[in-house]
Design a protein around this ligand. Structure first.
Ligand code: ATP
Length: 309
């Protein structure tokens, strides 16, 4: 029995390794959102960010199925170097906007431009290099914390990895674990919480330091205090480096300080403006704001400085 079980165990572990590396590949592909049907035009030029990263949607129509449009003749401008929030009811197409920008999907009609260049006419590599996304759910590799953060920029030094983790408010936690940055995560490693995962994703993004930053419900798993602290750090990076940043969010308290808030409904822009402007309009945003404010208790709101209205 013993003699037989050794090679079987060996085969089993080879099989597990093989299966695991396939899983890792899958994660990698999901992360890069590789979509084989998206093609480059011949001699595609690299994206040139020569106006600071202004994003424009002009008459964009898109649906995952031809007969069910999600975005309908959508027109919007995300000004260069500004913090912009996209809000609206669940399923209205907020994340879809980010996916189209990354060219995970192709628009059915209309045009998306970055600094005046149609994203269908630039190389995919240059487009995706210019964009950093913190998605709703970040895949982690079966590897160390260090490796998982360094995925943001492979040539980063250890100091840079730790500095990114500090700004993403996850360094102290990692440092308190017995194996620190060598702690293994993923399916074969330690279970880490949703909030820790989100902060690792932000660390990755800080390390990558791309000109365009997209946050898709990036801090939704954090408690109010940690979320406020992390958002402060993110805001200071955006301001310091004048990065164009887009936040998709449900909780308006996390985005009320944006330079521009775009409210989506039925695949179009229902209204847009600053927090103050939108509250004064007494439209969709104002209603949402009042409804959410009622949910906050005194305990809850303590750490985020309250807006005037
Ligand atoms: P939420 O706030 O709930 O995250 P959202 O506004 O970001 O929603 P999207 O994720 O952009 O919404 O999705 C818009 C619509 O498209 C939804 O009805 C969703 O079910 C549908 N959808 C999203 N992804 C796909 C897909 N890959 N295939 C088919 N339908 C999809």
């Amino acid at each position: 029995v013993f003699q037989l079980s050794v090679p079987l165990n060996f085969l089993g572990s080879v099989y597990r390794e093989l299966r695991q590396s396939l899983l890792d590949m899958e994660t990698l592909f999901n992360l890069q959102k590789v979509n084989v049907s998206i093609k480059e035009i011949p001699n595609a030029k690299p994206l040139l960010l020569n106006r600071g990263g202004e994003i424009k949607f002009e008459n964009v129509t898109f649906g995952y199925r031809q007969d069910r449009p999600i975005l309908r003749n959508l027109n919007l401008t995300i000004p260069a170097g500004k913090k912009v929030a996209i809000v609206g009811p669940s399923g209205c197409g907020k994340s879809t906007i980010l996916r189209l920008l990354f060219r995970s999907y192709e628009v059915q009609s209309g045009t998306i431009t970055i600094d005046g260049q149609d994203i269908r006419e630039v190389s995919l590599e240059s487009l995706r290099k210019a964009i950093g996304v913190v998605p709703q759910d970040t895949p982690l590799f079966n590897a160390s914390i260090e490796h998982n953060i360094r995925y943001g920029r492979l040539d980063a030094t250890e100091e840079e990895v730790h500095a990114a983790a500090k700004r993403a408010r996850v360094h102290e936690i990692v440092d308190s674990w017995p194996d620190k940055y060598e702690t293994m995560v993923g399916e074969r490693g330690m279970m880490i919480s949703g909030g820790e995962k989100q902060r690792l994703a932000v660390s990755r993004l800080i390390l990558k330091d791309p000109p365009l930053l997209f946050f898709d419900e990036a801090t939704s798993a954090l408690d109010t205090h940690t979320e406020a602290a992390l958002l402060n750090n993110i805001n200071s990076i955006i301001k310091e480096k004048k990065r164009t940043s887009v936040f998709v969010a449900h909780r308006l308290r996390t985005i009320y300080d944006s330079d521009l808030i775009i409210v989506l409904r039925d695949g179009q822009v229902a209204e847009q403006g600053t927090h103050e402007g939108l509250v004064d309009r007494s439209g969709v945003y104002s209603e949402l704001w009042s409804a959410q404010e009622m949910l906050f208790t005194d305990d809850d709101s303590g750490s985020i400085s309250s807006p005037n209205k």
